[in-house]
Each structure stands twice: as structure tokens, then as C-alpha cells.
Ligand binder design. Structure first.
Ligand code: K7E
Ligand code: CUA
Length: 651
């Protein structure tokens, strides 16, 4: 959540609790009503914030469709608990089963959302994840070295050539001696911008290079498009370079910066061999749909470019008052940066920026060599009196921009060509990000706007000390925004992406083909189910199909064994997962998709009979889908024995 130091007079909400939603559309109920059995028009993917996950919603209904586990263990389906998925959460710090995810970003082709992948940042232990939207599974996570707080991340260039990220907390580079006095900040701390290359066909990521930048706090980013294709823009605050009480010390300067990076130029320099290779350790985790298994590799080394050594790579544009969001209009010409403490919204012109660069229209240098362009020279204009606390802006493709006002709790619609405010609507309460389908792309779909609020107050039935975070859906087809719906969200959503459903629907994987399952622990037919002891290690090759687990009677396991149960779901049909859980296992369940193999590690600590069962109500005889382990003492002679269907009850 954003916390800000504000003069007392500003620290008020314009919308008092209990205020009636006067902007409510008279036909709101009809507009959000999706008849039973009908699909929503749009998918919205909202970050889970401190939940570390992504939630997929149907819009306009606001129905929660799925929580996609990304950075946090998810006992609901065993993500991060199964042997196959644990490597996804590996980092250079070891297993990190949680993160703080803020900015989902859809992959783009020609500047348009293509519905293939969804990237998202891990803010705490810097990582970028890639979710496959054909399976709604996290396929890849790459750690980013040399940074602290991967907040300004991940944002795609126009054809997803790169996803970029920048550091929120500057710090010494990993390989420098980091054991330095904190007050040596200005000398020893650095920022680093990561460029992660994305393979066009597979989506596979790799850390191509990093730019070493001044030790500011980098907050958000968006890449250019169209005429600004070659550029990416970051906001920075704390250009004061404070390292304590930032609330006060990072709000000293009247203007901070938007940092413009010519990524094409950076790429050229790297291709010309101008990069410097430095040691850096980071995890790169990849999940395979064929083996149904993730592998984690610790990579070593990255290439850097020190921006002070390469003129023309980076420029700073002054931006009022601790800017937060930076958003680029669909045509790529205007760059909108929102200063959290500013009373105006500055809109920069890309053409003017190029012009100012040509004319060397500078207003000083950062670090003696990186030009600061003159504010007046790069400014298209300011949106006047937009409200208080502008944070984020999206576009409808009809010539309008929509900006959230955190402090005055409203969404403001303004016209891009003349920068005039044309409508405003209260938001309940304190909106952070907002999303319009395609709203940060070259071709917004428009129609809906979802604003994600930080404070719920009185909008829902209370739920103890913590109230749920809240999203609000607006109809933006008319001149006036119309409020349609409130709906609660998981965690704290920051950014979201929304996309017409058809772009996702057509790629859906319904089940995994059993014949393509190359897991070394797969059991492709029930007759091949078996139990294998190897010293203290026991591997159980189990199958699941409606409505039994095979084998279902297993004996000969001993206290102190390491038991790995590999369950293959033999179903070849949509929507028939089987679950697997064991009494007392210090672990979550498995939820095994059709055609998939998942493994649960279990170390029984006492003798006895341990039931296991399928947790997903899969058929009329689901309650019969169960079995027993017999666990004997460590020194017993109980032989390994497994069966299904022998010793009938009539015996
Ligand atoms: Cu919440 Cu994008 Cu992390 Cu703004 S950020 S609100
Ligand atoms: Cu399988 Cu219940």
C-alpha cells in the first residue's frame, strides 16, 4: 500500500464512508449480469500483491475464476509443495516460498496484447515470472541479480523483444563488497536496469544485460510503441539519494525524473561487444509441460553497461514530485507521468524529447554525464486540476486517458489532445492502479475500466481487522464513466491486465497427452503401478483414474523411510483432476491434472495405518477413491507388498 506524507489539509478522502454511489449506472445490474452458463467477455488478470499470486477474473461479472500460483506456495494444488514444482521457487538465497507481485504484463505483438503469456514481477526477492495462458501455469521464473526490489517491472517492449525491470532499492552490486556503511550510499549504491530477452516462439527468458544507473528509487515503467518503439521510460523518485526517512528526505526536490532509455542502442552496444561481463548468481527456473517437472539452474554472470560511459543511451526528464506511474499513449507520442504529490499531471511529448536531445536542450547533468532535458522543452503540457495524488493512467483508444487519484479518491478522464478534464468519478476508496482491456497497448479494446482500490472501509460486510481490497468496474462507453460493480480481490491488487476472452480461449489446453508425458516417474498404465525400495528410499508409482488409486493397499514402508509417491492421472478428458493426500504428511496435497505426473514426499514418523485419498470430488464414487499405507517400525521385516482389488471383503 502506498503511504505518503501529506500536509494535514491534503490527507483527507473526498469521499466519506457511507456516501451513496451517485455515479451508479441505472442499468448496472444488467450490464454485469452474465446468465448462468454464459461466458464473460473479458479476462482480467490482477496481481495479488502480498499474496504473491495472480487472480483471473471474468469481466463484467467480477467472478473470480482462478488463483494462478506464481511466487507463493499454494496448498490448494500443491504448487511449491510437490517435488516437481519446488524448483520453481528456488533462488540464489535458496527456497523462497513467497513474494510480493505487483505488475502483470501481457505479451505483445506489434504493440497489441497477443494472449500468449503473462509476465509478473516478484518485488521482494527480485524475480520475473512467465505464466503460460494456455495452461494458466507458471512456466518460468528468472531471478534478477544486482538489484533490491524489482518494482519497476516487468514491462514488455512492443514485440516482447524484452521484458524490462528496474530496482526500487538501489544497493551495492552483488559482487561488490556489500559490507559498507549505509551512509556511503551515494558512493557505493547503484541501480540496475534488467533487460530480459524473450524467445519469440517459446517465451523462454534469459537475462541479456543490465544497465548500471544512478542510485535512485525506480518505480514504474512502460515501453514506447510506434514512433517511440526504441525507448523505454522509467519513473524515479528519491533522486535526493536519501537512505533514511525517505518519507521526508525523498520529498525534498521539486522535481524527480522520468528516465528515458534507448534500448535499441543498448542492444547494439551489447551486440558490438561493449558490455562488461561481471559475476552474478541468479536462479533460472523452468517448468516443462512434457516432463511436468521444473528444473532450477543457478546462472553465473551477466553483462553490464555503465550508462555514464555511453552518451546517447539515457536521458532524464524532470517530473514533478515523486512520480509513480508512467504510461505511454497508444500512438507512442505522449508519456504521462504521475507525481504522487503533484497537483498537475505532466504529459511529455516524445517528438519534443527527440528535438530537445538534438538541440542539446539540457538542464544540467546527472553524475556529470547523463543529460537532464529541460522540462519546458519536453513537455506537451500539464493536465490542470486533475485532483490530488495522481498515480496511474490507462487509455481507451478513443483519445481519452483515465488517471487514478489516490488522495482525492477518484478516477479522472481527460482528453489527450487538449489535456482537459472531461469527467471525474469517485472511487471507493484510494485507487491505486486501474486497467482498461488493452489499455496500455497500441489498440485498446476499451469498454470497461477496473480500478483497484487500496482501502475498503464500508463497502462490504466486515471481516475482522483486515478488510478485503476492492475493485470497481466502470462502463466507459459513454461520455460519463458509470459505476457498475464492486468486487473483492485476493491479496492487494496493484496493476492488472485485461484482454478480450477470445484471445485466450482459442489456445486453451484441456488436458496433457499421456503419450507425451516424459516424466521419469510417470506410470502410463495401471498394470505398471509399483512400489520400489532402494535402501531407505521408497518410490511409489501410482495411477489415478475414476474412481480408484492404484495400488491402494501398500505395506512394507518403515519409519524413517523417505517415501516419494508419484501419481499419474490417467484421464484424458477436460476437467478431471485427481487429488492426493496422506494423513499426517508434513506437506500439502497434490492436484494432478489429466495426463500429468506429480510427486509428494512423505517421511512417516510413526508406525500405523495411514489412509490416503483423492481430494477432488471427481465422480459419484469419489468417496471410494482411497487407500491405506501400513507403516512398520524401522527394524521390522515387513516386506514391500502392494495391490489393488485382492483380498476381497467377502474373504
Ligand atoms: Cu501499487 Cu504499481 Cu506497486 Cu502503484 S504500485 S498503486
Ligand atoms: Cu479422484 Cu476424487
Amino acid at each position: 500500500m502506498l503511504a505518503m506524507a501529506l500536509p494535514a489539509s491534503m490527507a483527507i478522502y473526498s469521499c466519506k464512508p457511507g456516501k451513496i454511489s451517485s455515479n451508479l449506472d441505472a442499468d448496472a445490474a444488467q450490464k454485469v449480469y452474465i446468465a448462468p452458463g454464459k461466458y464473460d467477455e473479458v479476462y482480467a488478470f490482477m496481481s495479488g500483491g502480498f499474496s504473491g499470486q495472480i487472480a483471473a477474473y471474468g469481466i463484467p461479472s467480477g467472478r473470480l475464476l482462478k488463483v494462478i500460483p506464481v511466487f507463493s506456495q499454494n496448498p490448494e494444488n500443491g504448487y511449491g509443495y510437490s517435488e516437481e514444482t519446488k524448483p520453481m521457487l528456488n533462488t540464489s538465497h535458496g527456497f523462497v516460498p513467497w513474494d510480493d507481485s505487483h505488475h502483470p504484463e501481457l505479451s505483445k505483438t506489434n504493440g497489441e496484447d497477443d494472449g500468449r503469456w503473462l509476465f509478473i514481477n516478484g518485488n521482494n526477492t527480485p524475480r520475473i515470472a512467465r505464466v503460460n495462458l494456455a495452461t494458466f501455469k507458471t512456466d518460468e521464473i528468472i531471478e534478477l541479480p544486482n538489484i533490491g526490489g524489482n518494482h519497476a517491472s516487468p514491462f514488455c517492449t512492443e514485440n516482447t523483444e524484452y521484458v524490462v525491470g528496474n530496482t526500487r532499492f538501489s544497493e551495492p552490486l552483488d559482487n561488490d563488497n556489500g559490507d559498507v556503511p549505509i551512509d556511503s550510499y551515494k558512493k557505493t549504491f547503484k541501480g540496475a536496469v534488467s533487460f530480459v530477452k524473450v524467445d519469440k516462439e517459446t517465451g523462454a527468458m534469459n537475462l541479456a544485460f543490465q544497465l548500471i544507473v544512478p542510485p535512485f528509487n525506480y518505480d514504474l515503467a512502460h515501453a514506447g510503441k510506434g514512433i517511440s518503439h526504441d525507448w523505454v521510460f522509467f519513473t524515479c523518485y528519491n533522486t535526493e539519494q536519501a537512505h533514511t526517512l525517505l518519507e521526508v528526505n525523498a520529498s525534498q526536490r521539486d522535481k524527480d525524473f522520468v528516465m528515458a532509455i534507448n534500448w535499441k542502442k543498448a542492444e547494439e552496444l551489447i551486440n558490438q561487444g561493449k558490455g562488461t561481463k561481471i559475476p552474478a548468481k541468479y536462479a533460472h527456473n523452468v517448468y516443462s509441460e512434457k516432463t511436468h517437472t521444473a528444473t532450477s539452474t543457478i546462472e553465473d554472470g551477466t553483462q553490464i553497461l555503465d550508462i555514464t560511459k555511453f552518451p546517447g543511451l539515457v536521458y532524464f526528464m524532470p517530473c514533478p514530485k515523486s512520480p509513480h506511474g508512467v504510461d505511454v499513449t497508444p500512438d507512442g507520442e505522449n508519456i504521462v507521468a504521475s507525481g504522487k504529490l503533484a497537483a498537475v499531471i505532466p504529459v511529455f511529448s516524445f517528438k519534443k524529447m527527440l528535438d530537445a536531445i538534438d538541440k542539446k536542450d539540457y538542464d544540467g547533468m546527472v553524475d556529470g554525464s547523463i543529460p537532464v532535458l529541460k522540462y519546458e522543452s519536453v513537455l506537451k503540457g500539464e493536465v490542470k486540476k486533475p485532483g490530488l495524488g495522481p498515480l496511474h493512467t490507462e487509455f481507451d483508444g478513443q483519445g481519452y486517458a483515465y488517471t487514478t487519484m489516490f488522495v482525492s479518491s477518484e478516477v479522472v478522464k481527460w482528453k489527450i489532445d487538449n489535456l482537459e478534464v472531461v469527467d471525474r468519478s469517485p472511487a471507493y476508496y484510494s485507487p491505486g492502479h486501474l486497467v482498461i482491456p488493452g489499455g496500455d497497448s497500441k489498440k485498446p479494446f476499451g469498454k470497461y475500466l477496473v480500478v483497484m482500490n487500496k482501502i475498503t472501509k464500508d463497502r462490504y460486510l466486515p471481516t475482522g481487522p483486515e478488510l478485503c481490497q476492492s475493485a470497481q468496474l466502470f462502463d466507459i462507453t459513454g461520455n460519463k464513466m458509470k459505476l457498475l460493480l464492486d468486487f473483492p480481490t485476493i491479496g492487494e491488487p496493484h496493476y492488472a491486465q485485461a484482454i478480450p476472452a477470445e484471445k485466450i480461449l482459442k489456445n486453451q489446453v484441456k488436458f496433457f497427452k499421456l503419450e507425451e508425458n516424459t516424466s521419469s516417474f510417470a506410470t502410463k498404465a495401471e498394470k505398471d503401478a509399483k512400489v520400489v525400495r532402494n535402501g531407505k528410499k521408497v518410490d511409489i508409482y501410482m495411477t489415478a483414474i475414476r474412481s480408484h488409486l492404484a495400488p491402494d493397499n501398500i505395506e512394507g514402508i518403515k519409519v524413517g523411510d523417505e517415501v516419494n509417491i508419484h501419481v499419474t492421472n490417467l484421464e484424458q478428458d477436460w476437467d478431471v483432476p485427481h487429488g492426493f493426500a496422506i494423513k499426517g504428511a508434513n506437506n500439502a496435497e497434490l492436484l494432478v491434472m489429466p495426463g500429468e505426473t506429480c510427486s509428494l514426499k512423505w517421511s512417516p514418523d510413526r508406525t500405523g495405518i495411514f489412509p490416503f485419498y483423492c481430494t477432488d470430488f471427481c465422480s459419484a464414487l469419489h468417496q471410494e477413491m482411497q487407500g491405506y499405507f501400513r507403516v512398520s517400525s524401522a527394524d521390522s521385516n515387513t516386506p514391500i507388498k502392494f495391490s489393488i482389488g485382492v483380498n476381497p471383503v467377502t474373504q
